[in-house]
Design a protein around this ligand. Sequence first.
Ligand code: ZN
Length: 487
Amino acid sequence: MKKQLLLAGLTVSLSLVSLIAYKGMTVSSHQIQVKRAKSIIPSDPQKMAERLSAAIQIETISVKNKNNPHFEDLHQLFQKSFPLIFQNLSPETINKHSLLFKLPGKNPQEPAILLLAHLDVVPIENAKSWKSPPFSGRIDKSYIWGRGAIDDKQSAMAIMEAIEALLRKGLRPERTVYVAFGHDEEIGGHAGALQIAKVLKQRGVQCGFSLDEGLAIVPGSMIGLKPPVALIGLSEKGYLSVELKAEQSGGHSSMPPSETSVGILAKALVQLQRHPFPTHLSPTVREMFTWLAPEMQGFSKFALANLWIFEPLLHKQLSAKPTTNALIRTTMAPTMLIGSPQENVLPAQAQAVINLRLLPGDSQSKVLQRLREVIADPRVKVQARGGFSSEATPESETQNADFKLIHTSIRQVFPDAVVAPSLVLAGTDSRHYQTLCKNQYRFQPIYLEAEDLKRVHGNNERIAISAHAQAASFYFQLLENLLISSD
Ligand SMILES: [Zn+2]
């Protein structure tokens, strides 16, 4: 009997191993095989670098409740640099500082395309730690330096370069293309993108898809792959700041009660830290692994092709690093603490702010309810902080012609890159257009090294001259593919 059981066990194990091996070997690639495009660089790379440098030199910093006149200077620079666009694309300023252009398609019945970028930049934290002044726009042998060189003047300039070149060639795509540049993305986009979206809605614009910043081409080594990976964001996480308040009677610190408001609040924070949100593969992240698995080697390939058995192991691995942990759970970061204004006074009220980034599927109300359950102390009031918040955006599709169009264009211009859908951890202006567009994709067509990621919103932001030229080529290729598909 024992022998029979052993034999049965062995048979089951062997079939399991064979099934895992079979699944690992038979996963087929999702990559479209296309020829590298004949290099269509819309303009002389050095000239494009100079125009981007000029745009960087205009200090369009976003600061809440402050009017920045420099946006008008940037508009003037655009007008000077891209005369055909300004003559032919009915330029409009929206809410004074945002820009909207319309390139009418040959077939206005077809759903339009929305190309997005933003004109504002974040402030400089420490100008002294920059190698050259942040608004110098310095160009050296290989790079263009300065705030906005990646995020996001680069995108705006590359889109403009591509369209100006298209007009120079007298080409017109089948579908109408809108180009929209908001001016306050870094502080929520309510004065810029949201207002543009309202205008487009009033005009009854039907948008097939929008393409915005969000993800880029990153080294594959970051996720155990040899080739670089071009990640296309299908969705972006939600944003919510929550206030925790503990109230006790204040008084003199020489006679403290056994529990103070600070102590009660601290317990609540520890409780939250001990009980993070559960890990979960959203449909987008699950799809990312479906696309990556066939391109992997060795054990990773077998593991990703067999999530039915290896999923718990994957969760464990991903949650070990902050960058991948954020892909699979709603994250909580305590960011602000307020207690007594003086060392010998017990605060009547202690307050903390937690910043949360919500996974698709975790709504704000669900998240608030869970925080209250975990803290489980009625003395701690938990409520959403006023100001900016957003739900995670809907997850866009990959099985459609528009995603294929972006995928194909990437493979034509960056043939060594593996394409995969993914989730954007931060916020973009795209969310303001979500009711307008059937699908929303977030991809900035530039190669970024791991260290470049720290430069975004950090010090010494820069872009390679060649990378900027390639980005312009990508947008040109995307628009040209629209001509080809129509003819
Ligand atoms: Zn940005």
